[in-house]
Ligand binder design. Structure first.
Ligand SMILES: Nc1nc2c(ncn2[C@@H]2O[C@H](COP(=O)(O)OP(=O)(O)O)[C@@H](O)[C@H]2O)c(=O)[nH]1
Ligand SMILES: [Mg+2]
Length: 452
């Protein structure tokens, strides 16, 4: 499946002002670049050497820069590749790309460099997908996970599972081919045990998906309470910016207002909500409905009460919609005299924090308590799967392998067991991309940006 065209793209789209890199890959990468980049010795005489020279476009020298050449298959894409590094002005970068196009290159599609790397066997599909995760990681933990996957750790696990299934399959198939060498009970038991390990490992890996996804998207924290307790003030304080409108008028916040921030390496999404209260205003009623819904979806709920006012019916209404197990009770406005009857909340939540969103007293305690309460993400030896596609494949592995075990246990013909195990094998193969449809690849690589 060798590509005959040479692609070009700016590889650092945010390079404006800094360094910009134009990347060419394909059979004509070197001859095209040699016409655009003039150095002594000329580009290509030395492989993996950085040459300094002039960059030519449209019949004139547009910049000086450096360029290097990788000879295929020892390059990222597996093809001949040239990278030209120049000043990061969009004008320069675009004129360099324009010149390459004029000389016969074609514009790279999003993710096409990585796609070619995959097609040329430089990366398997899991490793290629991890490149997207690396680029998009929103927390330290996601970055480490993506790095582990890009380095082949998840692929290694999948290959080990494949090996285990292949071993069971070959034992059964020998039995089928030479019926006089039928496997004894001891052998059957060993096959079952090994397949049980496959089921156990695959389902543990599949279970990591929710946690990894949450870590990537950020933990969702909903700020819920009756009106005027200081939800919007707290949101602004936590974000360090004036995101939500704050006024002493009840009913100011009517829709959800979201902001993102990073707390000790984790991305959190804070969502401010409409104050819960008795009202006839249809917009506010809808806002309160949304508040109740987001409280259910959130990983953590900040249930906010005003310690400077007495307990009221609206506070009770808030209590009625709270998922207690994931709520942190917050007494706000402790800079004012306390009038709130705390006994109303006794034994409702294990977490209670006192703060003043206005003076920022207690905010560090709140952040600390929140970190303790973040749901733990499961992982298997430090790896969590980050894609629905992987989870789907693993679920199919669990299903087929479980079916195989049941057939073995109930003494069904080995042909049926073999059929299920081949299914499991093909799902594992699909996961690392041994054989994948063109449209699946299209959808995976379209997530990339151009130049990667
Ligand atoms: N004294 C004091 N006032 C606060 C505090 N937090 C909020 N407020 C005030 O309470 C009023 C309502 O605040 P807001 O954030 O709009 O409440 P929301 O309706 O729950 O979003 C505003 O006048 C705020 O300035 C606090 O910690 N101390
Ligand atoms: Mg508000």
């Amino acid at each position: 499946m060798i590509q005959t065209d040479t692609i070009v793209a700016i590889s650092t789209p945010k390079g404006e002002g800094g360094i910009g890199i134009v990347r060419l890959s394909g059979p004509k990468a070197l001859p095209i670049s040699q016409q655009m980049f003039r150095s002594q010795p000329p580009l290509g005489q030395r492989v993996r050497y950085v040459e300094y020279g002039q960059i030519w476009a449209g019949g004139q020298s547009v910049d000086t820069g450096v360029a290097w050449f990788f000879v295929g298959p020892h390059s990222y894409t597996g093809e001949d590749t040239v990278e030209i590094s120049c000043h990061g002005s969009m004008l320069i970068l675009e004129s360099v790309v324009g010149e390459a196009l004029r000389l016969g290159a074609t514009s790279a599609e999003p993710g096409e460099f990585t796609r070619r790397a995959y097609l040329n066997g430089r990366l398997d599909l899991i490793e290629a997908e991890a490149v997207i995760d690396l680029i998009q990681a929103s927390s330290k933990a996601s970055l480490e996970n993506a790095y582990g996957q890009a380095g082949g750790r998840l692929s290694g696990m999948v290959r080990a599972l494949k090996k285990q299934v292949v071993r069971a399959l070959s034992l059964l198939e020998i039995g089928l081919d030479f019926s006089e060498e039928d496997i004894d009970d001891f052998g059957r038991q060993a096959i079952q045990d090994s397949l049980r390990e496959v089921v156990d490992f695959s389902s543990r890996l599949a279970d990591t998906f929710e946690g990894t996804k949450r870590r990537q998207e950020g933990y969702l924290i909903a700020l819920v309470g009756r009106s005027n307790v200081g939800k919007s003030t707290l949101l602004n304080t936590l974000l360090g910016e004036d995101r939500a409108i704050v006024t002493p008028i009840p009913g100011t916040t009517r829709d959800l207002v979201e902001g993102r921030t990073i707390w000790s390496g984790d991305t959190v999404r804070l969502v401010d909500t409409a104050g819960v209260r008795q009202t006839d205003d249809p917009i506010e009623i809808e806002g309160i409905k949304r508040a109740a819904k987001i409280a259910q979806e959130a990983d953590i709920v900040f249930a906010i009460f005003d310690s400077s006012t007495p307990w009221c019916d609206d506070d009770q209404a808030v209590l009625d919609l709270l998922p207690f197990e994931k709520s942190i009770f917050i007494f706000n406005k402790i800079d004012l005299a306390s009038l709130f009857d705390r006994t109303k909340l006794e034994n409702r939540s294990s977490s209670v924090v006192e703060i003043s969103a206005l003076t920022e007293q207690g905010i560090d305690d709140l952040k600390r308590e929140t970190s303790h309460r973040m749901p733990l993400s499961k992982d298997v030896d430090g790896i969590g799967i980050s894609r629905q596609r992987h989870q789907d494949c693993l679920f199919r592995v669990v299903k087929s392998t479980t079916a195989a075990i049941e057939l073995l246990v109930s003494g069904q013909p080995d042909e049926c067991v073999v059929f299920e195990l081949r299914e499991a094998l093909s799902s594992l193969g699909e996961m690392i991309g041994e054989k994948t449809d063109e449209d699946v690849l299209d959808s995976i690589f379209s997530e990339f940006c151009i130049g990667k």
